[in-house]
Design a protein around this ligand. Structure first.
Ligand code: S3P
Length: 171
């Protein structure tokens, strides 16, 4: 069984998926790390050398393989994964999906400190970032909101968030 965590950059997918996988004793897979490992390049290097479209293809391939897994897996997706191809449909038919919701302010606070790891926002000045996030999130919410469950992550203890997720899942 696979449990997929989705949501915008900085919503806490990596952190929450680590706590969740430890608690329910599932293997943890981070889709970006998996793509990096397979291609022996960091995510910024893939964007730089191959471009975003190629990244989305590599993302789709890795997603298909992981979702076909027979193992118990908590899968932390990239912020854009649900948006491309028919990934969201595949995610929903092959896993239990959870959307980690966060406000623009929370997302800004979290990602402004780690911009260089994220090619889509690396060159956006901090003063323009809230506006960018608001618009981008609005577009992506159409996909994120297709997840089977959603939890609010604003100003909450990660342990509480994980508890709520466990109560919602069919385990
Ligand atoms: C992306 C989010 C990133 C990574 C890539 C593209 C996006 O993952 O997959 O930089 O399109 O939102 P995180 O959500 O873990 O930052």
């Amino acid at each position: 069984m696979v449990i997929s965590l989705i949501g915008y950059m900085g919503c806490g997918k990596s952190h929450i998926s680590k706590i969740l996988s430890d608690k329910i004793n599932f293997k943890l897979i981070d889709l970006d790390k998996e793509i990096s490992r397979r291609n022996k390049l960091t995510i910024p290097e893939i964007f730089e050398k191959k471009g975003e479209i190629q990244f989305r293809k590599l993302e789709r391939e890795a997603l298909e393989e992981i979702l076909a897994s027979e193992e118990n897996v908590v899968l932390s997706l990239g912020g854009g994964t649900p948006v491309y191809y028919n990934n969201m449909e595949l995610i929903n038919t092959s896993s239990q999906s959870i959307f980690l919701r966060a406000s623009v302010n929370t997302l800004f606070e979290r990602i402004s400190k780690q911009k260089e790891k994220r090619p889509l926002i690396a060159n956006i000045p901090d003063e323009d970032l809230p506006e960018f996030i608001a618009k981008h999130l609005f577009e992506r919410n159409a996909f994120y909101s297709k997840a089977q469950f959603s939890v609010n992550t604003d100003a909450r203890d990660p342990e509480d968030i994980v508890q709520e997720i466990i109560e919602k899942l069919y385990l």
